[in-house]
Design a protein around this ligand. Structure first.
Ligand code: SAM
Length: 281
C-alpha cells in the first residue's frame, strides 16, 4: 500500500495488544520516522508486530525543538507517525505543540481512529453520552484541585477524568465535597487488561468499593461522573441563566426558553418563567 506523505497520528493499545488496528500497523510499518513519547516502551510495542521503525523521542521537554525537524521531514515527502505510550496521542499525552506547528506550516496531518481510555470508559459507564466534557487529569495541588472542582460542580454534562492509583481516593473524596456523596459515578479500571472492572455507583459507593480490597486501588483509572442535575423545582444553573439572558435579547422569549431548555435538559416552563422575571414582567 502506498501512503501519502504526512504526519500520521496513530493510536496504540491501552493494554490489550489485540486492539492495534490493521491501519495502525500499516502506517507504522511504512513510516520513515516514528515520533514516540518513550522510545524504549514503544520499541517493545513495535517488536510485538515485527515493525523495525526508526524511533525519535518526543516528549514535553523536547517537543518544540523537534517539531521543526519533523515538519522538514514531512515537507521532504516522508511519512512520519506520532505515537504515545498508550492510546491516542495528544489526549493527556504529548503532541499538541507538534500538531499546532504542522497546522501553522500547512503540513498534511492524517489522524487514525483507535484506542482511547476516555472514550472506552464513557461507552460503558451507563451515564449520558449525548454531551460530555473531557477533563483529563485534575491538578495535584489542593488549592488548584478545589478551584477546578468548584468550577465543575454545576457542570450539566457527563465528565470524564483520568486518575492515577496514588490519587484516586483523594480525588473521589474531594469530589464528594464539591459534587455531593450521592452524585452518580462510574470507575473504569484497567480497561482491556486482565483485571478490568467497570463499577457504576455513586462517589461514596466508589470509595467503599476501592477500600473493600486495597488491591482494587492499583492500576489505571478513568472516572466518569454524572453531570449536575437541577433538582426538581429549583432554579437553573448560572450558565443557563446567562444563556437565557443573552438569547432573549435576540429572540422571542418562547424560542429562547425552548433553546435553553433543550441545552440543559430542563423543563421549558422553568426557563420560560425565569425569562419572564428577567424581562421584568
Ligand atoms: N492518551 C491516552 C488515551 O488515549 O487514553 C491517555 C494517556 S494518559 C497519560 C494515561 C491515563 O489514561 C491513565 O493515568 C489513566 O487515567 C488512563 N488510562 C490509560 N489506559 C487505561 C486503561 N487501560 N484503563 C483505565 N484507564 C486508562
Amino acid at each position: 500500500m502506498s501512503l501519502a506523505s504526512a504526519l500520521y497520528i496513530v493510536p496504540t493499545p491501552i493494554g490489550n495488544l489485540g486492539d492495534m488496528t490493521q491501519r495502525a500497523i500499516e502506517v507504522l510499518t511504512a513510516a520513515d520516522l516514528i515520533a514516540a513519547e518513550d522510545t524504549r516502551h514503544s520499541r517493545r510495542l513495535l517488536d510485538a508486530y515485527s515493525i523495525s521503525g526508526h524511533l525519535w523521542s518526543l516528549h514535553e521537554h523536547n517537543e518544540r525543538a523537534r517539531s521543526a525537524a519533523i515538519i522538514e521531514r514531512v515537507q521532504a515527502g516522508q511519512i512520519v507517525a506520532l505515537i504515545s505510550d498508550a492510546g491516542t496521542p495528544l489526549i493527556s499525552d504529548p503532541g499538541y505543540p507538534l500538531l499546532r506547528a504542522c497546522r501553522d506550516a500547512g503540513v498534511n496531518v492524517i489522524p487514525l481512529p483507535g484506542p482511547c481510555a476516555a472514550i472506552t470508559a464513557l461507552s460503558a459507564a451507563g451515564l449520558p453520552t449525548d454531551r460530555f466534557s473531557f477533563e483529563g487529569f485534575l491538578p495535584a495541588k489542593s488549592g488548584a484541585l478545589n478551584s477546578r472542582l468548584d468550577g465543575l460542580a454545576k457542570e450539566p454534562r457527563t465528565m470524564v477524568f483520568y486518575e492515577s492509583p496514588r490519587r484516586v481516593l483523594v480525588t473521589l473524596t474531594a469530589m464528594i465535597e464539591h459534587f455531593g456523596a450521592e452524585r452518580e459515578a462510574t470507575l473504569a479500571k484497567e480497561l482491556t487488561k486482565r483485571f478490568e472492572s467497570v463499577v457504576q455507583s455513586t462517589l461514596a459507593g466508589l470509595i467503599d468499593w476501592l477500600e473493600a480490597e486495597p488491591e482494587r486501588q492499583q492500576g489505571e483509572f478513568v472516572l466518569v461522573i454524572g453531570g449536575y442535575q437541577v433538582p426538581e423545582g429549583e432554579g437553573l444553573p448560572a450558565e443557563a441563566e446567562r444563556w437565557l439572558a443573552l438569547l432573549i435579547a435576540e429572540l422571542p422569549l418562547k424560542k429562547a426558553a425552548a433553546l435553553v431548555a433543550e441545552m440543559y435538559d430542563v423543563k421549558k416552563k422553568l426557563v420560560y418563567d425565569l425569562g419572564l422575571k428577567l424581562q421584568g414582567r
